[in-house]
Structure formats: C-alpha cells, structure tokens
Write a protein that binds this ligand. Sequence first.
Ligand code: FAD
Length: 482
Amino acid sequence: DTALVWFRRDLRSSDHAALFHALKAARKVWCVFVFDTAILDPLPRADRRVEFIRDSLQGLDEALRRWQAHGGLIVRHGLAVDELPQLADRLRVQAVYANHDDEPDALARDARVRGALADLGVSLHTSKDHVVFERQEVLTGSGSPYSVFTPYKNAWLKKVEPFYVSAYPIEKFADSLAPLPEGVEAGVPSLPQIGFEPTNLHEMKLGVGETGAQAMLADFLPRMDRYDTTRDFPAVKGPSYLSTHLRFGTVSIRQLAREAASRMHHGSRGAAVWLSELIWRDFYHQVLHHHPHVVGASFKPEYDAIKWEHGKHADALFAAWCEGRTGYPLVDAAMAQINQTGYMHNRLRMVVASFLVKDLGIDWRWGERYFAEKLIDYDLAANNGGWQWAASTGCDAQPYFRIFNPVSQSEKFDSEGKFIRRYLPQLAKLSDKAIHAPWLARPIELAEASVRLGDNYPEPIVMHDEARAKTLERYAVVKAKS
Ligand code: FAD
C-alpha cells in the first residue's frame, strides 16, 4: 500500500481531498507535480500563471518537508502521460491519487494517464476537490442539470451541509508521507529551468501559495459584510481578489464557503452575495461538465447563426479593443488593467465583453481567447460562462436586447472617474463629468486638460447608438429562428 499524489490545480497541503485519501489508504505516500509540456509549450515565455504556479509549488514543497524532512514535492517537466507512469514505476506505487479536473483537455489527459498507469497495474483514483458540488450532485427534481442560476442556487443552498464544506484533516495522517528513495529528488526548478522568464507578478499584491491566499483571505474577511455594496465599483477595494488562488487551489473552496455561510447565517448580506458568487463558480463548472459543446460554440445553438463582423475592419476593431484604443475611457482603462496586471474587475469584464460583442459586433470567442491569454485567474468554465452571458448566447445569459451603454456604466460605477484616471493618466485632468465621454466635452475643457482627441487619446471608434441599432438587427436572426 504505497501511493503517489498528483497535484494539478490544487497546490496546497491543507484540506486537500486527494492527499487525504492517499494518506488514509496507503502506508507510504509521495507527492508530485508535473510541468506538463503539452500545456506549457504553446505559452509565451513570460506568463504570470507559470510563475504563480512555480512560486506556489515552493510553499507546497516546504509544507510537505515540515511533515517529512526527507520528503518534499517531486517536480517533473515533460508530458504527464510519460512522467506519471515512469515515476509510479520507479517508486513502485500501487495507486495514484488526484483531484477532478473537468475541463475537456484535462479529462482527455487523465484518460490517457489512467490507461498508461493501468498497463503497469497502477490505478488512478480521482476525487472532487475544486468545487463544493460537481457533476450530478445538484440536479432538478426530474434529474436533469440546471440551466438557470437562481433555481440552481436554491437547490445548492438546500443541499449544502457542514459535511460538504468541512476540511479534510491532513495533519492527522501526515505521518504516512514517506522519505524519498535514493535517486529520486524533491524540489522546485527555477523559471529558467523550465524555459520561462520572470514577469511582474510580484508587483500585483496577489501573494503566492497557501500563505499568500490566507493573507488575502484575512484581508477580505473584515470587508465581506460590505461586499454587496462595494463589489461593483472598480476603484473601490470591494471584491476578495481570491480568483487566482481559487483557480490554482492555493485556497480551499470549502474554507471559503464555510466562512461565507457562517457569516450569512449571522445575517450578513455581504456574505450572502459573496457566497452566491462562489455558487456561480460551481454553476459554470457543472455547465461545462454537462455541456462541453460550450467550448467553441454557443450554449444555445440558434445563436450560432449570428453573423459577426469579419475581415480587415473586424481585425482593426478587435486590435483597438485589445490595446485599449476604443475612445471609451472605461473600456480602455479596463483593457489597460488586464494588459498591465492580468486581472480585471468583474464589472469591467462585463462592460468590455458587452462592448466587444454588442458595440463592435465581434465574435465573443475572440474576446474569450484574449482573456484566456491574459487573465492570471483564467478558468475555462468561468470565462466561457462570462463571455456567453455577455454575448447572450449562454446558459441563463442576459437577454440580447439588453445592451450596456458604456458611458452610463462609467457614470454609474466610476462616477468620479477614479479608476479611469488610474489607468489613463492622459485624461486625469478632465472633470468628473467629461471623463466618461471626452468627445462630448467642450473644446476649451479638452484644451485645459491637455487632451487632444485623435492624438493623445482616441476619438470613439463607434457611436454607441448606431452600434446598438446594428446589434439588434444582427441578433434578429435568433428571434426569427426561435
Ligand atoms: P469576488 O467578487 O471576490 O468573487 C469570489 C469568487 O467567486 C471569485 O474569485 C470567483 O472564483 C468566483 N466568481 C465570482 N464571480 C463569478 C462568476 N461570474 N462566474 C464564476 N465564478 C465567479 N472568473 C474566473 O475565475 N476566471 C475567469 O477566467 C473569468 N472570466 C470572466 C470573463 C467574463 C467576460 C466575465 C463577465 C466574468 C469572468 N469571471 C472569471 C468571473 C469574475 O469576473 C471573476 O471571478 C472575478 O472578477 C474575480 O475577482 P475576485 O476574486 O475579486 O472575485
């Protein structure tokens, strides 16, 4: 009874399902992470996520060594399908334990690894860890998956009990962590050793690893009660900024759900709204599990009939959006935020997604891909869900005729232009009124603020009212079909 725990998107040593099951089942347990070249090779050489993972692994290695001084994390660099069987063979383990990853590519990889391990007589055991409820756990009365959020959330809340959110007590079984046999080394390679360069990750106040996540949680807990009133304003420190830690499992979803639920039961409105966001996360994960066609296609197939802009014109509009040159300050400031930091506030994700699809007429998949490249917290299920929500093509999406006005969104959610000024210093001297739509300002005001439209800040690339009318026409094919 020996086992290997394979870490993937669960880079922590506490409250970890696979680690717990392995420690409980086996007398000798080792731990491994594979820098999978199938994932890494296509990435740009400077990628904040790779750095986040690498630095978080260091904390994991240290935590494992605290329990077993001659142990630690084994780190391999290669294809998972080669590395896992090799190591399992070398260590002569009977079983490999890992946590579920329901992304289609991960499922395909796991099936290959499972097959290769089976050839050696080694079994692969996987468990739920990344979400509170997964797969078939929350279904409608008739046994089908939910496609509308509110009833899903109600069923989720009805089902959740302390059992589902209690922590796996790793400490109790940690003495099953075994010393490494001779010739097998633990320790985390440097970024250059895996072919990557450093980024500006450490300027992000994000923290890495479990200790980074716990520090961010401690910072958020006193703010959680106000989350409902602060979360929509990008210049305010309203949200938790825990998304990257959730993505890579440097924090346990069970710990977060527990914190939120207990505050909610004490009457905190902020905690109830925050818990709802965690439930959205589960919701989109189960959407992806039940409807993998959402990768690349609309959840609602009739929306695939929409004709998006194409050709050189579309390419130019898309480039302006990516580079924050649309002439709409809130959109451009938001794109500067994602480009400079790898993060974007949730309200702004909705605004820029709507702008790309419904003001510029660009296919939502282009925006989805751009976010997938840039976001440190990029998560296929949540990103796809967010884009299809904004494009109205998704499961429980906003109706297609609801089109955000980028100027009124700006006036409402960044009324004093604080966020805009932070990212677009060339507009800093405009008044709180003019900053949302500089092209409407009087020439004298622009001159006094040293704003030269078409020179140090662009003219708007589309007029919202015209774009809106065009979008309603574009989406009319859907109405005709449904
Ligand atoms: P908080 O407001 O503190 O929320 C707590 C946690 O709840 C988040 O960390 C996240 O895990 C989860 N959450 C919150 N909102 C959502 C949501 N709408 N859907 C699913 N989970 C949610 N989130 C990602 O984690 N990765 C993505 O790639 C991603 N892409 C998005 C793309 C678009 C177009 C949109 C509209 C939203 C996207 N979101 C994504 C959801 C949301 O914007 C981020 O989770 C949130 O902004 C992260 O900041 P936070 O941790 O401070 O969130």
